[in-house]
Design a protein around this ligand. Structure first.
Ligand SMILES: [Fe+2]
Length: 262
């Protein structure tokens, strides 16, 4: 069974479409699931949700989805500094204003967690557990530098056993490691990577009786289309720089900061 796992699309329709095209081009993908954070920071929240519904792609609720759906006071995001906090509030208010009642209701219906059984539920075999942040909540950042004890604790909470996979997103930085025989896979982000690589990221899992293989994919997309749409609209221009620099605006060149209209 080969799964494509896509997370943290964040209303970036060109990035999502490029990833879906890449998945389609690899005709051996059996199923695609999303890991939440469908909206926020870019101009196409309703369009992204509609695309996933049209494509029949199921998935789970990210912090951005559950906070928008429940009218929470903020998006549950982490801020590095005061400027980032300010921008985060602007994005959240903008998104809440833009999502249609239908989109909002859809976000509210997303489940917290999905379990996949690639060999079927009638025989023993690995379980692939999909969550957005951790098995406990969708706001904790499960970064690569978390120690083995943290991972083992998450396995225990999730009920994972050796051979299982726990896949999650939320940090926008992809990584994979094994602790106690359990695969921990951070899928990275489709629409708002933070690892310095502007390309859309997702993960392929290839699972058979010999084990699980994890492949991180990066896909070029029309980042300028997304950046120009941000600059032309009412979202902060900073979000365009963020996309162009793969989440590292401090390293932006003058060119990254140009509006580039036309
Ligand atoms: Fe996110």
């Amino acid at each position: 069974m080969r799964y494509a796992l896509i997370s943290d699309i964040h209303a970036n329709l060109p990035a999502l479409d490029a990833v879906l095209a890449d998945i389609r081009a690899r005709s051996d993908t059996d199923a695609t699931f999303h890991l939440g954070d469908l909206v926020g920071y870019a101009p196409w929240p309703n369009e992204v949700v509609q695309r996933l519904r049209d494509e029949g792609i199921h998935g789970i609720s990210g912090n951005y989805d559950s906070t928008v759906a429940t009218d929470y006071k903020h998006c549950g995001c982490k801020y590095e500094d005061a400027r980032q906090e300010e921008l985060s509030h602007v994005s959240y208010a903008w998104t809440r204003e833009q999502v249609s009642p239908d989109t909002k209701a859809f976000l509210g219906r997303l489940p917290f967690r999905l379990d996949l059984r690639p060999f079927g539920g009638h025989v023993s075999g690995p379980t692939v557990i999909l969550v957005h942040g951790t098995p406990i909540n969708n706001v904790t950042y499960w970064t690569e530098d978390r120690n083995d004890d943290f991972c083992a604790k998450m396995s225990e909470v999730a009920g994972a056993r050796s051979g299982d996979v726990i896949a999650f997103g939320h940090t926008h930085k992809p990584w994979h490691r094994m602790v106690g025989g359990v695969h921990f896979v951070n899928t990275g982000s489709v629409g708002r990577p933070k690892d310095g690589d502007w390309r859309a990221g997702y993960v392929r899992l290839d699972i058979d009786t010999s084990g699980t293989r994890v492949e991180f994919r990066r896909v070029e997309y029309d980042v300028e289309l997304a950046a120009r749409a941000i600059v032309a609209g009412t979202l902060p221009d900073d979000f365009a720089v963020y996309l162009r620099t793969g989440g590292m605006p401090a390293l932006a060149t003058t060119t990254d900061r140009l509006p580039r209209s036309g």
